[in-house]
Design a protein around this ligand. Structure first.
Ligand SMILES: Nc1ncnc2c1ncn2[C@@H]1O[C@H](COP(=O)(O)OP(=O)(O)OP(=O)(O)O)[C@@H](O)[C@H]1O
Ligand SMILES: [Mg+2]
Length: 373
């Protein structure tokens, strides 16, 4: 029977794909992507305090991954509420913050057992903040936003879905001879094609990608900004998923995902390196301008998130409340931080760090001082 995109695709083929998934072109790309990822893993190890990365990169990932679903918040709000007061955020910001939480919970879950159906359910529940389960009722279809035309109808019926998921998790975990990046690409298509939930499948699937990389020890912490590539190349993302379904074209899909890994790994590595440079430059500047205020821990704290509160300094035992407040004031005077009033609380934004994180370019304007040698 010819494929009909308006009917539930109960015949979605089980894995492995029946085509060559290790063509010369794929393997060549794979080597390049693997070395970009290895460089990222190494750069991550250079960071003295990994909280900097865990707090920031997953938030950028959360923001663009949620944007694919049209949940739009500003990076500004996101970082502001991520440093406390989450309950006061608007709906879109809360939802995006939940993406980061889901990523983190998934990270804990795979310490217990490899990526599987229950990981997906746990991730999707956290994301959506409701008791999500595998679809039981018919009616889920993917439609074109603008025209309403149906693009794809996933399989229907809980048993069919569960069986396909069982095959999916087996494929992911019992094929150590297939490169993890190729497995990840195949896993992502198949998960989206099964589409086990009524909503949140895209975001859950993109979180699972990062979890598999950690499980396979290609990354230590979830700091690859992979969804950046998917949103920047969204029409291709959708078109290539369709081509697997309609033309059995796995080759182009796998190559696309490998390119996504390569590009975003390089992007993230550069971001980490420039962040380290800014950190060291800021240490020198504060040490010279405010030697009595300076401590390495203080500077590291204002690099944990681009927004900081007096409480963050107190929690770290760097100073008691009054002194902490004075330190931050001094940092405002020398223009490292900027004070903003949010309700009754004072919030300190770290503009150079914020700009570096949110802009594409990897540069920063130096502070005006001459380093004493
Ligand atoms: N033709 C297709 N076949 C299979 N999966 C597709 C196809 N087109 C898109 N998808 C996947 O479905 C996802 C959308 O599904 P769903 O709305 O359940 O997820 P979401 O997380 O709420 O949304 P989004 O991924 O848009 O953020 C897309 O992100 C993509 O991963
Ligand atoms: Mg959706």
């Amino acid at each position: 029977m010819p494929y009909d995109r308006s009917k539930p695709y109960d015949d979605l083929p089980l894995l492995p794909p029946e085509v060559d998934i290790e063509s010369k072109e794929i393997l060549k790309k794979c080597i390049i992507a693997r070395s970009a990822l290895a460089a990222l893993k190494q750069a991550g190890e250079l960071i003295p305090n990994p909280t900097v990365l865990i707090n920031t990169i997953p938030l950028l990932e959360a923001k663009v991954s949620s944007e694919i679903e049209n949940i739009v918040t500003t990076t500004d709000k996101l970082f502001q509420f991520a440093s406390g007061n989450e309950e006061k955020a608007d709906h879109a910001t809360k939802e995006t913050l939940r993406y980061r939480q889901a990523l983190y919970q998934g990270y804990l879950a795979i310490q217990e057992r490899p990526v599987c159906t229950s990981t997906a359910i746990a991730v999707c529940r956290t994301l959506r903040d409701i008791q999500v389960d595998i679809r039981k009722v018919p009616g889920t279809a993917l439609a074109n936003d603008a025209t309403g035309e149906v693009i794809y109808t996933p399989p229907e019926g809980e048993t069919i879905i569960r069986n396909k998921l069982a095959n999916w998790e087996r494929f992911v975990n019992v094929n150590p001879d297939i490169d993890p990046l190729i497995r990840m690409a195949i896993m992502h298509y198949q998960f989206e094609a099964i589409h086990p939930f009524s909503d949140g499948n895209g975001r859950t699937g993109r979180i699972l990608n990062l979890l598999l990389l950690i499980q396979e020890e290609l990354l230590d912490i979830p700091v690859l900004y992979l969804s950046r590539y998917f949103i920047n190349n969204k029409s291709q993302y959708y078109a290539l998923l369709r081509k697997v379904t309609e033309d059995n074209n796995w080759q182009d899909w796998i190559i696309y995902v490998l390119e996504a890994v390569e590009e975003t790994a390089a992007w993230t590595t550069n971001k980490i390196k420039t962040t380290l440079e800014l950190l060291s430059h800021t240490c020198d500047y504060i040490n010279q301008s405010l030697p009595k205020v300076y401590s390495r821990e203080l500077v590291e704290t204002i690099f944990e998130q681009p927004y900081c509160r007096i409480g963050n300094i107190v929690e770290k035992n760097i100073a008691k409340r009054q002194t902490a407040s004075l330190y931050l004031k001094k940092l405002v005077e020398i223009k490292v931080l900027k004070e903003i009033d949010v309700g009754r609380e004072k919030l300190y934004i770290h503009p150079k760090f914020f700009r570096l994180l949110t802009q594409d370019e990897n540069s920063f304007e130096a502070y005006p001082f001459e380093k004493k040698s």
